[in-house]
Design a protein around this ligand. Structure first.
Ligand code: KE4
Length: 430
């Protein structure tokens, strides 16, 4: 038995499922998780000193690869001045200015500590600003584990085949409406129904929240016109459009999917990359909405470690690099097309009826013959075949997300050589 197995036995005795986040437990691929001791560039190293090419990148933050020197140095330097003050600091101002001065639709921003907190807070701000209660989400999208979002959620919820989480009282989800991704007609009907049945303003839709590229049911792209349609419907019905860019933010472009697709949300949520690997989330957008947030306005939201100086140092270092080196986004496009076109070629050559959805450095191989454009079509994937493929890839030293309903995350540290080795391994595994 290796050290991973030993450690995982101990872990299971003292943590639910032996993990601090369900998807890490490797349950859907029926393996003992690898206990990772360190990471560098595009590689992970487990406690048995085995090396893996890493395709989760900490679920998004490691867009420049692990242990990037400027980010590491910024954190080490910041540590010398103290870890946390619970006071206003210059770094928070620098971070807020960096984002608001470079992303036009973010006029004001608030730092929090996770994507979940960012989503929870953005929804509260939209409800407070509009005086309305209902929120629409799309099945298969995952927006963190705040109660109101744990319906038809993607990511670990979908992987675990939990339709809705236990412990969420009906009252917490009574105001959450579900639409199908890429289905503008369905959303139009929701708006019309809620207005027809509304007794007062509070019964109407406050916000529509969407992953502008869905990456928690595997990767599902918005069909042409879908995001523009969301924008039009929200404007027509006085609802706020919230782009959950926890994954797409600073990855698809510095301005995220909003920039890439030229669609302007009213609010946006960030996480992952914005913290450079440290626990950071953020929400922001229109000034008139954000001015409703305490202490300026009456929408309360707070956090002991929000804007933590070490986390800000990591995030600032990361964002400065992404902002000042547009070559980064060209490299991510190149690496993405090399890997995902390569996978398409392999499945075609082998006559396998599988689907590859991808955009830039994000992608997913679906074990299904049907084009995947929403939760229903994603769910038809053969998760057993995925598990067999996963185990073979892990044995060969390639660490993919241990679920059919997650994404491949590429970084600038994935070299052409590594990508070719990955494609060779996939060819054999498939
Ligand atoms: P966190 O609370 O996990 O920082 O962020 C929640 C969240 C919100 N919105 C989107 C679009 C997200 O993808 C996430 C979290 N992503 C998953 C990966 N699919 C986190 C991995 C995990 O749960 O361990």
């Amino acid at each position: 038995m290796g050290r991973s197995e030993e450690l995982f036995e101990r872990a299971k005795r003292v943590m639910p499922g032996g993990v601090n986040s369900p998807v890490r437990a490797f349950r859907s691929v029926r393996l003992t998780p690898r206990m990772i001791s360190r990471a560098d560039g595009c590689f992970l190293y487990d406690v048995d000193k085995k090396r893996y090419v890493d395709y989760i990148g900490s679920w998004g933050p490691m867009i420049l690869g692990h242990n990037f020197p400027e980010v590491r140095e910024a954190v080490l330097r910041a540590c010398e001045d103290g870890l946390s003050f619970g006071c206003a600091t210059e770094r928070e101002v620098q971070m807020a200015e960096l984002i608001t001065q470079n992303i036009p639709h973010v006029e004001m921003i608030r730092m929090v500590n996770s994507g979940t907190e960012a989503v929870m807070s953005a929804i509260r701000a939209a409800r407070g600003f509009t005086g309305r209660n209902k929120v629409v989400k799309f099945s298969g999208c995952y927006h963190g584990h705040t109660d109101a979002m744990l319906i038809s959620a993607g990511s670990g919820v979908m992987t675990a085949h939990i339709s809705d989480s236990a412990g969420v009282p009906a009252g917490c989800v009574a105001d959450t409406l579900i639409a199908a991704y890429n289905d503008l007609q369905g959303l139009t009907a929701l708006f019309e129904e809620s207005e027809a049945q509304a007794k007062g303003e509070e019964d109407k839709i406050a916000a529509v929240i969407v992953e502008p590229v869905a990456a928690n049911m595997g990767v599902v792209l918005p069909e042409p016109g879908f995001l523009q349609g969301l924008r039009r419907l929200c404007t027509e019905h006085g609802a706020m459009l919230i782009f959950d860019e926890v994954i797409t933010g600073f990855r698809l472009a510095f301005g995220g999917a909003a920039e890439r697709f030229s669609v302007t949300p009213d609010l946006v949520t960030y996480g992952k990359i914005i913290g450079g690997g440290m626990p950071v989330g953020a929400y922001g957008g229109r000034r008139d909405i954000m001015e409703c947030v305490a202490p300026l306005g009456s929408v309360y939201q707070a956090g002991t470690l929000s804007g933590n100086p070490i986390a800000m140092a990591a995030g600032l270092a990361m964002l400065h690099i992404l902002k000042n080196n547009s070559r980064v986004y060209e490299e991510l496009e190149e690496r993405g097309s090399m890997l995902f076109e390569g996978i398409r070629t392999i499945v075609r050559e082998k006559g396998l009826p599988y689907q590859v959805n991808s955009i830039s450095s994000l992608g997913c191989l679906f074990f299904t013959e049907h084009p995947v454009k929403d939760y229903e079509t994603a769910k038809r994937s053969d998760t057993e075949s995925f598990a067999v493929y996963y185990r073979k890839m892990l044995e060969k030293g390639f660490y993919l997300a241990p679920s059919q309903f997650e994404a491949i995350f590429l970084s600038t540290a994935h070299t052409t050589t590594v990508l070719n080795e990955t494609l060779e391994a996939m060819r054999e595994a498939l």
